[in-house]
Design a protein around this ligand. Sequence first.
Ligand SMILES: [Fe+2]
Length: 416
Amino acid sequence: MGFCVTNVAAKAQPALPADDTRSRTERLAEAFRSVRAETERRAAPLSAEDQLVQSMPDASPTKWHRAHTTWFFEQFLLVPHVKGYQPFHPDFAFLFNSYYVTAGPRHARTHRGVVTRPSLDEVSAYRAHVDAAMLAALQSGNEALLDTLAPLIEIGVNHEQQHQELMLTDILHAFSLNPVSPAYDARWQWPASTRSGGAIELAEGIHTVGHHDDSYCFDNERPPHRALVGPVKIARDLVTNREWLAFMRDSGYTTATLWLMDGFAAATSEEWNAPGHWREIDGEWRVMTLGGLKKLDLDAPVCHVSYYEADAFARWSGKHLPTEMEWEVAARTGQLNDAFGIVWQWTRSAYSPYPGYAPVEGALGEYNGKFMVNQLVLRGSSLATPEGHSRVTYRNFFYPHHRWQFMGLRLADYRA
Ligand SMILES: [Fe+2]
């Protein structure tokens, strides 16, 4: 079955609408069912061989994503809270735990691609087993159990949506290394982008940033707090491939003075001379996409650039990357083009706890908080972000050398 990801461009709304009048059981069951179905829809175009490949330590096999998201519900909801639940298989907690130290020992992340067994069919059976147990628990009529499960289901649903995005970025990375350049979906096209030129001028002022209503968010988006922002001009448009080519032609990748020291070391050792997934064929740049190898669209937003590259580009432009607070305040005006749904946008903000940050209690406290060092925040969402999973306070984070996600940038200008 084909699947067109251009249809999943994110809209800023919570996964479980707060004004929904259906019963809590129906809402939770529907959110659970639909997220589980979306994972299967994204996996459906991929063969068993596709679903096993791990093209680098940072990327995981599709089969692993399908099993790990299932383990999450088994480990954090069914085992501790549903009486009489029988885990599907005694080895699966070891195989499919990702990084939860409090949930016990786990298989090495770097070796997920060697797990030929369990088979794909067994992973599908695992998903069905957990789905049935989850829906039975939701429909049990046990209100006390629902009180316990409801917030955990919201985390589980949002967790699986994050893995849905990774399923696409990870298989695209694998396909980009395949000499025959396979298409995930031959009908796939880049989403249309909007360009208006100009900038949003933010005068100096104190703004409330962070998540401050009752809708769902991750713990790292709270608490809301006040921040001094501006004066600064935030570009309405994303940086394009055409602009990136000008940087390349001006020796951007080899001019050391444009780069952070760690960045230049990464660019040199990785032999970067263009964004990720770009290939020069007969003097023309092509780019590997979910639709296969495509001619570079000069007016499309640049994608698959690391923080180091984005920072060097900004310096070459005589500008900067915005802070995450500047991005959020500008995005709240509703005047940023393509803030959501094409590429995540690098900010120059370190991924740190907000003042007064408190992780959720228990093992799920490992979800976000323990990663708050050495990474940078990206804002917005991408073409692979599932519908309903983006919002203006969302804080994505990656290491500065990472570039296999759908990552781009917009610029900030501090000149008067
Ligand atoms: Fe996970």
